[in-house]
Write a protein that binds this ligand. Structure first.
Ligand code: DX5
Ligand code: ZN
Length: 218
């Protein structure tokens, strides 16, 4: 049985208090910190860039799991590597040279992830399975937190687990993960669950008690 990791997304956190929020979720027992970078071009929303990642780095002692919802992505990889990202995940849909982009991430010393939007087939990453440490299955259309989980993604998770075989590749689920939806994807083979609204609801850096309860519920 694969131990399931929980990676709260700071998209749902207090944008005026990221350092305290990262410390709070780690103190409440999260495994990774999921950092959603959005450029207003690849997705219809803007969050923050490498400077914020650099600023929160000292407040993240577990794993800084950076999800780049940006295009083009290559010009910014070095900045996110320098900011201290442990994992840099790029979208399969963000550009034509995924193999080269994944190599570039590993050359920076970070682990390489690829994210698949809901309509993107798992077969699109068949030829780069040896260049990745993680595949992120979007279970919502990227851009916003608090959306509904797309149940049709469970078969994609099963297919990816088959394709990955014995390779040391995490399957991360991203979007609409709650105590209700988590079992579906865990059973299908996922081992990392991103959760924004389900973790941060009802809490604050000043009052992180609900964070721990919310994390344990998932
Ligand atoms: C969406 C982001 C997700 C999102 C998850 O584009 O990639 O990580 O923050 O938020 P919830 O868990 O609220 O769906
Ligand atoms: Zn994300």
């Amino acid at each position: 049985d694969r131990a399931i990791k929980i990676a709260p997304s700071i998209l749902a956190a207090d944008f005026a208090d990221f350092g305290a929020e990262c410390r709070a979720i780690e103190a409440e027992g999260c495994d990774w910190v999921h950092v959603d970078v959005m450029d207003g071009h690849f997705v219809p929303n803007i969050t923050f860039g490498p400077q914020v990642c650099r600023a929160i780095r000292p407040h993240v002692n577990t794993v800084m799991d950076v999800h780049l919802m940006i295009a083009p992505v290559d010009p910014f990889l070095a900045a996110f590597g320098a900011a201290g990202a442990d994992i840099i995940t790029v979208h399969q849909e963000a550009g034509p040279h995924l193999d080269r982009t994944l190599q570039a991430i590993r050359d920076l010393g970070a682990k390489a992830g690829v994210a698949l939007n809901p309509a993107t087939a798992p077969e699109t990453i068949e030829y780069v399975l040896d260049r990745i440490d993680l595949v992120c299955v979007m279970t919502v259309n990227p851009g916003f937190g608090g959306q509904s989980f797309i149940e049709a993604m469970a078969p994609k998770v099963r297919r990816l687990r088959e394709m990955i075989g014995e390779r040391p590749v995490h399957i991360e689920i991203d979007g609409g993960v709650t105590a209700e939806t988590a079992p579906l994807v865990a059973a299908a083979g996922a081992d990392v669950l991103v959760a924004g609204s389900a973790v941060f609801k009802g809490g604050s850096a000043a009052n992180p008690a609900p964070y721990g309860k919310n994390i344990r519920a998932i």
